[in-house]
Design a protein around this ligand. Structure first.
Ligand SMILES: [Zn+2]
Length: 183
């Protein structure tokens, strides 16, 4: 059976797709290949003298992007596929490692949301510097954005958890096929 061949081809296709996908840089607004994005961010932030906070916000957003999550899951899949014997606790090991990916991603996403809110507050401070509306505008923005962030965080967590479940199902299918081949 060509299952392994097909699978390899699938993996390759996925790999190529990941390599060619792009993310827009929030500094220069160019589309940058995902696998070059972090390097680009370093250079672009330095060249355009962007604040550390803005650079970090972009970094954390990228680190919690679908691309970064997929990268981590494919690394985990590869690692698990290399295990000599597919032991009975395979599922729980994968789940555990997957939960670590979920946790890390959510920490990155939380940092992004926090920094993005701070950047927004800085903007308002600049805009209303001379105005007696400054405090009012700041607290209005803070409340609105905090509520939005809560919702964004909730949705993101839901989608990352779903992704973990998908990955687990795919991995278990693969394990079953492997077992069938051996028997
Ligand atoms: Zn750029």
């Amino acid at each position: 059976m060509s299952y392994n061949g097909d699978r390899q081809e699938d993996c390759q296709k996925e790999y190529i797709r990941e390599q060619t996908d792009e993310t827009q840089c929030d500094i220069c607004f160019k589309l940058i290949a995902n696998n070059e994005f972090l390097k680009h961010l370093e250079d672009c932030a330095e060249m355009n003298k962007v604040s550390g906070m803005k650079k970090k916000a972009i970094f954390y957003r990228f680190m919690s992007s679908e691309y970064s999550i997929n990268q981590q899951f494919s690394a985990l899949r590869e690692k698990m596929a290399l295990l000599e014997n597919m032991t009975s606790d395979f599922e729980s090991v994968f789940k555990q490692e997957g939960e670590t990916i979920v946790g890390k991603t959510m920490a990155h996403f939380g940092s992004y949301l926090y920094l993005e809110k701070q950047l927004g507050l800085e903007e308002i401070e600049k805009r209303y510097e001379e105005s007696d509306k400054l405090e009012e505008e700041k607290s209005k923005f803070f409340d609105e954005r905090s509520a939005e962030n809560l919702e964004e965080y909730r949705l993101k967590k839901k989608s990352v958890k779903e992704e973990l479940q998908n990955q687990l199902e795919r991995m278990m299918e693969y394990v079953m096929e492997k077992k069938d081949e051996i028997n």
